[in-house]
Design a protein around this ligand. Structure first.
Ligand code: NAD
Length: 240
């Protein structure tokens, strides 16, 4: 299978690349920040014998992203699975959110998903097969105080997933969504130790998640199944 993963120099995306590449799939990915980590990821996986290519490309820039996906397809073959993982977060009171904050959040978290799907879809439609997994957030399901623009963007990804699953189902393409809870990555660097302790205390499973928890779920969703249009929350029970 050929997989393309957005936003994969670090965190969940990086773990997705490692998981799929080590399972023997051909993996293309893009990233925006942490260049050295991205190059180190490509090098180390190639040394392991994995088939992997990576490009610095901003998902909110359709031209850049399409060029990266086209290059990945040229090197690895047509994309069978797209994982829309790239995303940003920001914590601000609603009254402090600027027009620029709002636009950037939606340009990356929502338009980036639109851009990537439009890039891979013509080939999936031709082949009448394919899978798309969108990474939303539990905050897109229940909403987070001081993260209204983030929550709204992730809720948009959920709406997109459900509508697109209906539209693409007859073409043999499944679209699903993972809504992670708090996962141990750099995106949460703004949380203090006591914030994390509070989250753990409010989580029935008594821990925060790891990128591997999300990667294993994505591997499951990439397999043959009767599942489409679903939002699978992986949050240790935090939002129950
Ligand atoms: P992270 O900040 O550690 O990594 C984000 C990755 O996305 C980086 O590789 C970065 O280069 C890339 N990226 C950011 N903007 C980009 C752009 N415009 N174009 C291309 N790449 C871009 O974040 P993470 O924790 O690994 O989060 C990954 C996804 O999971 C995000 O969509 C995030 O909203 C979602 N999520 C994370 C958590 C969590 O607690 N970590 C919880 C819920 C949802």
């Amino acid at each position: 299978m050929t997989v393309f993963i957005t936003g994969a120099s670090r965190g969940i995306g990086r773990c997705l690349v490692e998981e799929f590449a080590r399972l023997g799939h051909s993996v293309g990915f893009c990233w925006l920040n942490s260049d050295s980590k991205a190059y180190e990821l490509i090098d180390s996986l190639k040394k392991e014998g994995c088939s992997v290519v990576g490009f610095k490309a901003d998902v909110s820039n359709k031209e850049q992203l399409c060029a990266a996906i086209a290059e990945a397809e040229k090197k690895l073959g047509a994309i069978d699975l797209l994982i829309n993982n790239a995303g940003i977060a920001q914590s601000k009171l609603f009254t402090d959110i600027t027009n620029e904050d709002w636009d950037r959040m939606f340009d990356i978290n929502v338009k980036g998903v639109f851009n990537a799907i439009q890039a891979v879809l013509p080939s999936m439609l031709n082949r009448k097969s394919g899978k798309i997994i969108n990474i939303s957030s539990m905050w897109g399901v229940v909403g987070a105080s001081t993260e209204v623009h983030y929550s709204a963007s992730k809720a948009a990804v959920i709406g997109l997933t459900k509508a697109l699953a209906k539209e693409l189902g007859p073409s043999g393409i499944a679209v699903n969504c993972i809504a992670p809870g708090v996962i141990d990555t750099d995106i949460n660097a703004f949380l203090t130790e006591s914030d994390i302790d509070d989250i753990i205390e409010s989580t029935p499973l008594g821990k925060i998640g790891t990128p591997k928890d999300i990667a294993r779920l994505a591997v499951f969703l990439s397999g043959d199944s009767f599942i489409t249009g679903q939002i699978i929350t992986a949050d240790g029970g935090f939002t129950l």
